[in-house]
Design a protein. Structure first.
Length: 166
């Protein structure tokens, strides 16, 4: 996408009107500013992808919490059912405690796995954002250098037009 904008700038410069007997050109300032603004507004895909990964992280945490709640509710239902049956009351209490312990362990495991997964995703996201930032800075530097060169050429052309020499 960035290359498309650079190509548009290059086309603009190649198709610009030239002054007779000179290397000087005339470009549409507004059109050039529009392209520059588009470059600034369009961020790399990595940033949007990182935002999606962060959103997925939140979804996974929510699903883990919902699953833990269901496990606890299931354990409570089974405990209530067993308590209502008088002959197996003691067995029901033991089973309920066992289920509760399993639910707590399962919830801990889900939480630990979700946190581990979230840490992994956040680490990857951080790496991707750093890479995107480095890439963006390189591309911005290249554009800045290109524009500085263009400005220098335009400055020299203006001086030449005025008959000034260095």
């Amino acid at each position: 996408m960035l290359n498309d904008y650079l190509d548009a700038l290059e086309d603009m410069l190649e198709n610009a009107k030239t002054f007779p007997f000179s290397n000087r050109i005339s470009v549409d300032k507004e059109e050039m500013m529009d392209i520059i603004n588009e470059i600034r507004l369009n961020s790399p895909n990595e940033i949007r992808q990182a935002q999606r990964i962060i959103a997925d992280h939140d979804k996974i945490i929510k699903e883990a919490q919902d699953k833990a709640k269901l496990i606890f509710k299931d354990a409570e239902r089974q405990c209530d059912k067993m308590a209502n049956e008088h002959e197996i009351y003691k067995h029901a209490i033991a089973k309920a405690n066992e289920l509760l312990d399993e639910a707590k362990q399962s919830a801990r495991d889900v939480r630990i796995n979700a946190m581990s997964y979230a840490e992994e995703i956040l680490s990857k996201t951080e790496t991707m954002l750093k890479e995107a930032m480095i890439s963006y800075e390189k591309e911005t530097r290249a554009i800045d250098d290109h524009f500085a060169n263009l400005i220098e050429i335009l400055y020299r052309n203006r001086k030449e037009l005025k008959g000034e020499t260095d």
